[in-house]
Design a protein around this ligand. Structure first.
Ligand SMILES: Cc1ncc(COP(=O)(O)O)c(C=O)c1O
Length: 343
């Protein structure tokens, strides 16, 4: 049973059915088809905004292209140290911004804090020798499986705004965050000061579907060119749009994320009872990090459970367990039972 990542999942049947349904007849290419137009509008409606929406197919492209509209080549982008943009994108943000520098902040529980952002901005040097503060990137839900509250996002964006920074949100797991907060998507994005969102669907049931949602009109001006130049303007865009259409229909995206989050809580509730179990972070979305005695980890591996061992800053080596839209409660219960048996 695989708990390594939500990237190990397949696509939901509803998504595949939508792709098949879109595979009929001819449709204009490069996003000039009716389905793409409808989906762009629908995404705007989800956010109760007149947003500019651009579909693409990887989160790395979404993040890197989003940052490229707010950071010049000599700009600084503040992010949490473990952020995907900082450690998992092979320099794509630096590449697409033509050289902006990512400046990592330590954060608490995977979240940037107001205090450290303020301190970093105080340290910023206007001298010609230094990169100049340009943007912040918040990951929602975070790489630690935690979620910024609406107030936390607001407090950070207020500091950013005062310093003239653009605000990007990496929402590869945005559905999990919204479901966890129980708020409107708008409340934790543009109403809380976010300028550009990378809205992910791939980890939560899509095959390959992401979107850049730009709330600040001035930032959208050149995005179409940037997406094309970046190789993410798909000729058969209708197939990306079809995934989004199915994803948003009847709030499936929230139901699927809700299931993933509930499975994470179920895992946590069972594992906390295993002697020696220690959680690195609060469990607020669909990822959990738990230290367990070596014999338990070895036993789980021998039983065929798959997961990553995740070196932590405090020297601990928790395992990371990730749940998803299709995680079976029987598999969760089997892992808990096995952990108890090996303890
Ligand atoms: C926080 C976060 N952002 C973005 C991504 C998107 O990555 P990809 O380019 O693999 O779609 C991921 C994928 O693991 C992620 O975890």
């Amino acid at each position: 049973v695989n708990f390594a990542s939500d990237n190990t999942t397949g696509a939901a049947d509803e998504i595949l059915a939508a792709i098949t349904a879109a595979n009929k007849g001819r449709a204009m290419p490069y996003g000039n088809d009716d389905l793409t137009r409808r989906v762009e509008k629908k995404i705007s409606e989800v956010f109760e905004a007149e947003a500019a929406v651009f579909l693409l197919a990887t989160g790395t492209a979404a993040n890197a292209l989003a940052l490229s509209v707010m950071a010049p080549p000599f700009g600084a982008v503040y992010c949490q140290a473990e952020a995907h943009v900082n450690v998992d994108e092979c320099g794509a943000p630096e590449f697409y911004t033509s050289g902006a520098k990512l400046l990592p902040l330590e954060g608490v529980d995977g979240k940037i804090t107001v205090a450290e952002l303020e301190e970093a901005l105080l340290r910023a040097d206007p001298a010609v020798h230094s990169v100049q503060p340009a943007a912040i990137s918040l990951t929602q839900a975070t790489e630690a499986g935690t979620v910024y509250t609406v107030d936390e996002v607001r407090a950070i964006t207020a500091v950013a705004r005062k310093a003239g920074l653009g605000v990007h949100m990496d929402g590869a797991r945005f559905a999990n965050a919204v479901q966890s907060l129980g708020c409107a998507p708008a409340d934790v994005t543009w109403r809380a000061g976010v300028d550009v969102l990378s809205f992910g669907a791939t980890k939560n049931g899509a095959l390959a579907a992401e979107a850049v949602v730009i709330f600040e009109p001035a930032l959208a001006k050149d995005f179409a060119y940037r997406r094309k130049r970046g190789g993410h303007l798909f000729s058969k865009m209708r197939f990306v749009a079809a995934q989004w259409d199915a994803y948003l229909r009847d709030d499936r995206w929230l139901h699927w994320a809700g299931h993933a989050n509930a499975m994470a809580v179920r895992l946590a509730t069972g594992l906390i009872k295993v002697p020696g179990a220690r959680f690195s972070f609060p469990v607020e979305a669909n990822e959990l990090f738990v230290s367990l005695p070596d014999k338990v980890i070895d036993g789980l591996k021998k039983d065929g459970f798959e997961f990553y061992v995740w070196p932590a800053a405090d020297g601990a080596t928790p395992i990371r367990l990730v749940t998803a839209f299709d995680t079976l409660s029987a598999d969760v219960d089997a892992l808990i039972e096995a952990a108890q048996n090996h303890s």
